[in-house]
Design a protein around this ligand. Structure first.
Ligand code: 2HG
Ligand code: ZN
Length: 462
């Protein structure tokens, strides 16, 4: 229950109709794409400006109300879950493209602008916003920044962090900060902008962002290869990355392909059945396509791959991409437990053998579906919940195995969350990727920005 004077003050600040308390709104705004926690916020506020965001944060401090910042809620680690009577502050109304500067090749947008809208805006201006993932149609820029979202083009373009030139934020103590103001060069000490990127709503609320845009890639081709085993994937990766500037190198298992084709009705890429598939994308101009085809022949001869197909049209390329991009959404129906781990690409061949043996031994009766951004050293392991097991029992069992997977990741000096953030789900494993000293410094930083601890309490660390 929120205090009545707090509710009255919030309604006065943003308008009574911008404070939602209907149960379907609470359910909708109280969860992300995780299925573990029950949503239970007390109310949802929809501010219409950074000043209104600021007023909400000041009131939350005054009345000691916990605030959960909310974007498109497509996260997979529970970072946007509100389960304890919090006030959700959703950025949906901050959805304007505020300013476009073709000379600087930058665009300033409200935090609530949907990723796809930004991508389309860039395209309409002959430019390109390269951060892309399956949830681009509903994820919001503010959430992408708060989680430093990655996706399917990281091998070429990097993560969200690489595209943020400036941020307007309201800190946990209610200060409005303009960080870096769009500058490309600005060596004036600590770059606070970068602290906010990936902070998962624990330092402040992102209200606006200035984003750098790129030149669009030209004439992309998609190549899907049937690959004979894990070591072969890495050998194929090495061959292709040495010869071409790939814009993507993704992989998925036969189990993933079977589920996706059944769920979507899409055709398999070719008739041969392989244990794994690699999806490569590159600009095919000049002699790039010939190079790619020559490498394919080499890979066939070396028995690394058993079959392959290259896109002949934009629609075929899009359909091949769907075989990879639709996996997460398809598997959602099995309420999967997710690991999102990374190691250096150079360590991947050794690591993958160990992690494969570990999960095979520890999940003897669960189906483990492999896919991910292997070109970035990032694996997604999805463990599917058997129908006859409760979500609680399933999550507990997977959590135990996750500790072992995390210990292995630590041994390889990798990350327990490559791109999905920590939120609630990965919090117990953070110690495997960050030292105690680092976590203590993170706590101190959080305290400087949010001294009363009102922002997203319980996320990232306790
Ligand atoms: C992807 O790469 C997303 O498709 C989702 O990061 C991964 O659902 C997952 O495990
Ligand atoms: Zn991913």
């Amino acid at each position: 229950m929120l205090p009545a004077p707090f509710i009255a003050a919030v309604e006065a600040a943003i308008g009574a109709n911008r404070l939602l308390t209907a149960s379907d709104d609470l359910v909708r705004y109280g969860v992300d794409r995780t299925t573990v926690w029950q949503p239970a916020p007390a109310a949802v506020a929809l501010p219409g400006s950074s000043d209104e965001v600021r007023q909400l944060v000041l009131l939350a401090n005054q009345y000691d109300v916990a605030v959960v910042p909310s974007g498109g809620r497509t996260g997979l680690s529970g970072g946007a879950v509100a389960k304890n009577g919090e006030l959700v502050v959703a950025m949906d109304r901050l959805n304007e493209v505020i300013e476009f500067n073709p000379i600087d090749r930058s665009v300033t947008v409200g935090a609530g602008v949907v990723t796809q809208v930004l991508q389309d805006f860039a395209e309409q201006h002959g430019l390109f916003y390269p951060v892309d993932f399956a949830s681009a149609g509903s994820s919001q820029i503010g959430g992408n920044i708060a989680t430093n979202a990655g996706g399917i083009k990281v091998i070429r373009y990097g993560m969200t962090r690489d595209w943020v030139l400036g941020l307007k934020v309201v800190t946990g103590s209610g200060e409005l900060l303009e960080l870096n103001r769009g500058l490309l060069k600005n060596n004036t000490g600590y770059d606070l902008r970068h602290l906010f990127i990936g902070s998962e709503g624990t330092l402040g609320l992102i209200c606006e962002a200035t984003i750098k845009l790129a030149r669009p890639p030209v004439d992309l081709a998609v190549l899907v290869l049937g690959v004979n085993d894990f070591p072969a994937i890495m050998a194929v990766l090495e061959k292709y990355t040495n010869a071409l500037d790939l814009t993507a190198f993704e992989f998925f298992s036969e189990a993933a392909l079977v589920r996706v084709t059944e769920h979507t009705g899409l055709a398999r890429p070719f008739e041969s059945v392989a244990p794994f598939y690699a999806l490569l994308e590159f600009e095919q101009g000049g002699d790039q396509l010939d190079t790619a085809m020559a490498l394919f022949e080499e890979c066939l001869e070396a028995e690394l791959v058993c079959d392959g197909v290259v896109s002949q049209s934009l629609s075929q390329a899009a359909n091949l991409w769907k075989l990879r991009e639709d996996i997460s959404e398809t598997l959602w129906h099995w309420k999967p437990y997710k690991n999102d781990i990374s190691v250096l690409v150079s360590k991947m061949p050794e690591f993958i053998v160990e992690v494969d043996a570990l999960v095979a031994e520890r999940y003897p009766s669960f189906e483990v579906v492999w896919y991910g951004h292997i070109g970035d050293g990032n694996l997604h392991l999805n463990i599917l919940k058997p129908d006859d097991l409760s979500i609680e029992a399933f999550t507990e069992q997977c959590g135990t195995v996750s500790s072992e997977v995390s210990a292995l990741v630590e041994r390889y000096q990798g990350s327990i969350s490559a791109e999905h953030g920590v939120g609630l789900l990965k919090k117990p494993y953070l110690k495997h990727s960050k030292s105690e000293q680092e976590i203590n410094l993170m706590r101190a930083i959080r305290h400087s920005f949010d001294p009363n601890g009102i922002l997203n309490p319980g996320k990232l660390f306790d």
